[in-house]
Design a protein around this ligand. Structure first.
Ligand code: AMP
Length: 125
């Protein structure tokens, strides 16, 4: 069910529960500002989600409200996760869904990292 990314942050969302350690995840990376873990329903051989630790509904919310240190750290974390996974040479794709038209389902900002096969056209036809 797509979410409305203009709504306030909801602490009951599933990634908030992962951050609080209430439900498990297959962790790939963690630092002060970011957590990365494998997607539970992978769409490619490598499908990792990177999330900020702060309470941000979407990329829009994050880029409007997060401070510069959080934004820099999060973007660096996304790059590091992909680099450490050996994805730079074969290539990878980043995706962030925001709101209903993109079919964002989890109301906590997440960047998808897809890799491990030819990823095809940028958007489904
Ligand atoms: P989006 O449609 O961009 O909001 O993507 C949400 C993603 O979260 C989907 O790819 C789901 O498979 C993934 N997901 C949902 N629950 C979990 C979970 N508990 N652990 C890991 N990934 C999850």
């Amino acid at each position: 069910m797509p979410i409305d990314a203009t709504q306030p942050y909801d602490d009951d969302n599933i990634f908030a529960k992962i951050l609080r350690g209430e439900i498990p995840s297959k962790k790939v990376y963690e630092d002060e500002h970011a957590l990365a873990f494998h997607d539970i329903n992978p769409q490619a051989p490598t499908h990792i989600l990177v999330i900020p630790k702060g309470r941000y509904v979407s990329w829009d919310d994050f880029t409007a409200k997060a401070d510069d240190a959080e934004i820099a750290a999060f973007i660096r974390a996304v790059g590091k996760v992909a680099r450490d996974a050996g994805l730079v040479e074969p290539g990878y794709r980043l995706l962030a869904n925001i709101g209903p038209d993109s079919h964002q389902e989890v109301a906590h900002l997440h960047v998808h990292i897809f890799a491990g096969r030819k990823l095809g056209p940028m958007l489904a036809q």
